[in-house]
Design a protein around this ligand. Structure first.
Ligand code: IMP
Ligand code: MG
Length: 179
């Protein structure tokens, strides 16, 4: 591990406390409902794994893998589905679990698409929110941390598929990706 590449933004203990808090809130809000968590791969898989263990009501989970069309720096808002859900979401109370919301284009696309499949409700939960770069009117229903406009890695989140295994939420030093 090259820890010189990163700076810790939220350490593992702080993240653990926040995930616990989110799980408690979700458990209260979804009491008696038909909760289905939909994790967005791959970035949300670590968050999802910890979050479900902080929720103490019955739940189901599924995953979806998406990628943005076009250039990596300019999102067109159109999203390609690489892996769709395994099951129907009809009559489910869907909670989409995402790592980061930035422009909001990805989450908006996913939410609009899921709403057409006849769920009872669709809400969203993002571990990290970068409101500075939002170009859509979507705001997540549950947010872990509101963060500055920095490039984040760790706790499942990658840069070029690396750093997902770091246990803390970190800022990737610009010198790494500006080389
Ligand atoms: P949006 O469509 O602009 O909201 O992009 C959200 C997606 O971009 C997230 O699901 C992440 O996969 C990715 N993303 C945004 N910011 C970062 C970051 O700081 N580090 C790693 N991935 C990011
Ligand atoms: Mg993503």
């Amino acid at each position: 591990m090259n820890l010189n590449d990163v700076e810790i933004l939220y350490d593992r203990e702080t993240v653990k406390e926040k995930v616990k808090e989110l799980g408690k809130k979700i458990s209260e809000d979804y009491q008696g409902k038909n909760l289905l968590l939909v994790g967005i791969l791959k970035g949300a898989f670590v968050f999802m794994a910890d979050l479900i263990r902080e929720i103490d009501i019955p739940l189901e989970l599924d995953f979806m893998d998406v990628s943005s069309y076009g250039m990596s720096t300019v999102s067109s808002g159109e999203v390609r589905i690489l892996k769709d859900l395994d099951y129907s979401i009809k009559d489910k109370d869907v909670l989409v679990v995402e790592d980061i919301i930035d422009t909001g284009l990805t989450l908006k696309y996913i939410k609009d698409m899921l709403l057409k499949r006849g769920p009872k409700s669709v809400r969203t939960c993002c571990l990290l929110d970068k409101p500075a770069r939002r170009t859509t009117d979507i705001n997540p229903d549950y947010v872990g941390f509101i963060i500055p406009d920095e490039f984040i890695v760790g706790y499942g989140i990658d840069y070029a598929e690396k750093y997902r295994n770091y246990q803390d939420i970190c800022i990737l030093k610009p010198s790494v990706y500006q080389k």
